[in-house]
Design a protein around this ligand. Structure first.
Ligand code: ADP
Ligand code: MG
Ligand code: ZN
Length: 643
C-alpha cells in the first residue's frame, strides 16, 4: 500500500492519475513509467553503494602493501581506481565484532597508487588476484545516462515549481497568455466612463464598425487598424478600451506591454504571432495592448539590457499589423502615457494612426466622474459634488474614484448611513495632504513655529493679487512629512498661468520661511518643500516660458522630457555654459525678490500675523471664512470671495 504523496511534489508517482486532465502533459503515462523506473534504479544503486561502504574497511595503500608482505591478503580485485578484496585478520577496529561469522576474513578497499611492482608483489604473496575493467554498459550508465537523467529530473522539477500557478510551463512558453473575456464583452459600457466626450465620439466609430462591418465594407471605407489612446495615468484609458469591447459585444484580448517582454529571447515575438492567430479565430474582436511603451520604445536608442528582445517583439508586432486586412474585423487598441518615446514606425499610417487623447477631466467631467463613482453610495441630499469638482482641478479619474471611496470609508467610520459633504471635504484633504496624524505631539515651541509658518503662507496669499485663495489653514500634522499646511485651491479650471500668477505662487511658497525669520530671527528646516516648489517654478519660468528679460525667449531644455535616464544619448545640453550661468542667476534673482517681498509684507502686517497665529494655535484649523474674518479691511480688498 502506498500512501498518497503530498500534492504538488513534481516527482510523486501518484500524480499521474491527477494529471491525466492535462492533455499532452509531460507527466502522462509513458513518461511517468520511465521516470518511475529511473527513480527506482537510482534508489537501488544508492542503497547498494551505502551497504557496501558500511561493511568494507578502507585502508591506506601502505597498509595494503604491509599486509601483502605478511601474506594477509587472501584475494583481491584490481580496478583502474581501487583495489577491493579480502584480508586475513581484520584491522584492530570495532569491525571485529561484526566479522564474527567469518572471523578470519574482512573486506577491505584501498585507493590504488600507480605501482609497477604490484603484480610482482601479489604474485610473491600467493594471493589470488584479478583485474576488472568496468564494462562499457556500466560506464555508459554511470557517466552519461545517470547524470543526464538527474539533471533532467531537476530541470523538470524546477520548471514545474517555477511556473506552478502561472498557468503555463516552460515547455509551451510561446503560447499567448491573452485573457479571453467572454463573448458578452467586458460588461463595461460607455456610461461607466464619464467625461472624455471627444474620446467616446471617436471610439463610437470603432464600435459601429465592429457591430456592422458590412456597412463599412459596402462603401469601401477602411477602418483604422490601430487606435492609440494617449493620456496621463488614471484618466480611464484602460476603462475606455474595455468599454469599447463592452459596447460592441465582441471578444476582448487584453495584454500589457510588459507581458510581451519576457526573459527569453524570441518569446515575445512568438507571443505576438500566437496572439494574432488566436484573434483571427475570434474576429470580430479587439486586441488591447496596455502600456504600449513597454514594447514600443524607439529602437536603437536604448543601452539597457534586454533591448534586443524588445526590438524583436516590436518588429513582430509591426509585421503582424501589416499582415492583416482591417476588414477582417480585428481592431487593435493600445494605451500609453508616453507617446513621445514610441517608435515612429508604430505611429505611421496603417498602424496606430488614429490617436485619441484622453486628457485630465475638466470641472464638468470631474463632476460626472464623481457621480459615476457615487453609484451605490448613498449621498446625503445636501452634498454638492460640484463644489468638490471645483476644488479638484488636476485630479484624474482614478484620483476621483479614490476620493469617493475615501469619503465612503470616512462615513462608515462614523457609523453614518449617508455620505455627507463634510466626508467628501475631509476625503479631499486626505487625498491631497495625507491622513491626519493627531497622535504626533509637537513640542510647544515647534507648534508655534509651524503656526507662524503656515499663517505666513496664508497672509502672503491673501495680499498677493493672482494668488490662489486660501481654503484652509491647519497645524494638525498630516501624511508623512507635513507638520501643518495651508490649502490653496484655484477658483476654477485653469489651463494657463500668467506671469503674475506664477510670481504669486513663488511668493506664497516663500511666505512660510519669511514668517519664521520675521518672528524668530532664525529659520528652520521646515521650509524645504516650499523652497523646492519655488525653485522649480522659477526655473520653469526662466527656461520654459521665456519669462525672464535677461535670458530671453529661448526654450532651454537640458534634455527631452522622459529621456533624462540616458545621459549622453539623448540628454545633450542645448545651450552654452554662459547661458546656464545666466539661468542660475535669474532663478536666484526671482527667488530672492519673492522672499524679500514676502518678508516686507509680513513685517508690515506683523499685528495681523500675531492675531491669526494666536487664533490658529487655539483652534488648530481655520476655515476660509474664519481666516478672512480675522483680516483687517485693508487686506481683504484684493481677494476673490471665498467659497
Ligand atoms: P489608465 O488606464 O488611463 O491609467 P484606468 O482606466 O485604469 O486608467 O482608470 C483607473 C480607474 O479610475 C478606473 O478603474 C475607474 O474606476 C477610474 N476612472 C478613470 N477615469 C474614469 C472616467 N473617465 N470615468 C469613470 N471612472 C474613471
Ligand atoms: Mg491603464
Ligand atoms: Zn511651508
Amino acid at each position: 500500500m502506498r500512501t498518497p504523496p503530498p500534492a504538488g511534489n513534481p516527482f510523486s508517482p501518484q500524480k499521474s492519475g491527477q494529471d491525466k486532465k492535462r492533455p499532452g502533459g509531460f507527466f502522462d503515462a509513458p513518461w511517468q513509467l520511465l521516470l518511475q523506473v529511473l527513480v527506482a534504479l537510482l534508489l537501488v544503486w544508492l542503497w547498494q553503494e551505502s551497504v557496501q561502504r558500511a561493511t568494507v574497511t578502507t585502508i591506506p595503500y601502505s597498509t595494503f602493501l604491509d599486509k601483502l608482505a605478511k601474506k594477509e591478503i587472501l584475494e583481491c580485485t584490481i580496478t583502474p581506481d581501487e583495489i577491493l578484496g579480502k584480508m586475513a585478520a581484520p584491522p584492530p577496529t570495532k569491525k571485529e565484532g561484526e566479522g564474527k561469522p567469518e572471523p578470519k576474513a574482512a573486506l577491505f578497499r584501498t585507493v590504488r597508487v600507480e605501482d609497477p611492482n604490484l603484480v610482482a608483489e601479489l604474485q610473491s604473496a600467493h594471493a589470488s588476484y584479478a583485474s576488472v575493467r568496468p564494462s562499457l554498459l556500466s560506464q555508459l550508465i554511470f557517466s552519461w545516462i545517470l547524470p543526464i537523467g538527474i539533471f533532467f529530473l531537476i530541470w523538470v522539477g524546477l520548471s514545474r515549481w517555477m511556473t506552478r500557478g502561472a498557468g503555463y510551463s516552460l515547455l509551451n512558453v510561446g503560447k499567448s497568455r491573452a485573457r479571453l473575456v467572454a463573448e458578452e464583452g467586458t460588461g463595461v459600457s460607455f456610461e461607466d466612463v464619464a467625461g472624455c466626450q471627444e474620446a467616446k465620439i471617436e471610439l463610437q466609430e470603432v464600435v459601429d464598425f465592429l457591430k456592422s462591418p458590412g456597412r463599412y465594407r459596402a462603401l469601401g471605407a477602411k477602418i483604422p487598424k490601430g487606435v492609440l489612446l494617449i493620456g496621463p495615468p488614471g484618466t480611464g484609458k484602460t476603462l475606455l478600451a474595455r468599454a469599447v469591447a463592452g459596447e460592441a459585444h465582441v471578444a476582448f484580448f487584453s495584454l500589457s506591454g510588459s507581458e510581451f517582454v519576457e526573459m527569453f529571447v524570441g518569446v515575445g515575438a512568438s507571443r505576438v504571432r500566437d496572439l494574432f492567430v488566436q484573434a483571427k479565430g475570434r474576429a470580430p474582436c479587439i486586441i488591447f495592448i496596455d502600456e504600449l511603451d513597454a514594447i514600443g520604445r524607439q529602437r536603437g536608442v536604448r543601452i539597457a539590457m534586454g533591448h534586443d528582445e524588445q526590438e524583436q517583439t516590436l518588429n513582430q508586432l509591426l509585421v503582424e499589423m501589416d499582415g492583416f486586412d482591417p476588414n477582417e474585423g480585428i481592431i487593435l487598441l493600445a494605451a500609453t502615457n508616453r507617446p513621445d518615446i514610441l517608435d515612429r514606425a508604430l505611429l505611421r499610417p496603417g498602424r496606430f494612426d488614429r490617436h485619441v487623447v484622453v486628457d485630465l477631466p475638466d470641472a464638468q467631467g470631474r463632476e460626472s466622474i464623481l457621480a459615476v463613482h457615487s453609484r451605490g453610495k448613498p449621498l446625503a441630499p445636501a452634498t454638492n459634488l460640484q463644489e468638490i469638482a471645483q476644488a479638484t482641478s488636476g485630479f484624474s479619474g482614478a484620483d476621483l474614484a479614490n476620493l469617493m471611496n475615501e469619503a465612503a470609508l470616512l462615513a462608515a467610520r462614523r457609523q453614518a448611513h449617508q455620505i455627507e459633504q463634510a466626508d467628501l471635504l475631509e476625503a479631499l484633504e486626505k487625498v491631497i495632504a495625507g491622513p491626519e496624524r493627531r497622535s504626533l505631539q509637537l513640542a510647544e515651541e515647534e507648534k508655534h513655529r509651524v503656526a507662524y509658518h503656515e499663517v505666513g503662507h496664508a497672509l502672503i496669499a491673501a495680499v498677493t493679487p493672482g494668488a490662489d485663495p486660501v481654503r484652509k489653514i491647519s497645524i494638525i500634522p498630516r501624511g508623512r512629512a507635513a507638520l501643518g499646511y495651508t490649502l490653496q485651491l484655484p477658483p476654477a479650471q485653469q489651463y494657463l498661468l500668467t506671469r503674475t500668477q506664477l510670481l504669486a505662487k513663488i511668493r506664497c511658497a516663500m511666505g512660510g520661511r519669511a514668517a519664521e525669520e520675521v518672528v524668530f530671527r532664525e529659520v528652520s528646516t521646515g521650509a524645504e518643500n516650499d523652497l523646492e516648489v519655488a525653485t522649480t517654478l522659477a526655473r520653469q519660468m526662466v527656461c520654459l516660458y521665456g519669462m525672464s528679460e535677461s535670458v530671453g525667449l529661448a526654450h532651454l531644455v537640458s534634455s527631452r522630457p522622459g529621456m533624462a535616464e540616458v545621459p549622453g544619448v539623448n540628454g545633450h545640453v542645448e545651450y552654452s555654459g554662459e547661458t546656464a550661468r545666466l539661468v542660475d542667476q535669474e532663478v536666484q534673482r526671482l527667488l530672492e525678490t519673492a522672499y524679500r517681498e514676502a518678508k516686507t509684507i509680513l513685517q508690515d502686517e506683523r499685528k495681523t500675523l500675531e492675531e491669526v497665529t494666536a487664533e490658529l494655535l487655539k483652534k488648530e484649523t481655520l476655515g476660509a471664512e474664519q481666516f478672512f474674518a480675522l483680516l483687517p479691511d485693508s487686506i481683504k480688498k484684493p481677494l476673490a470671495t471665498p467659497p
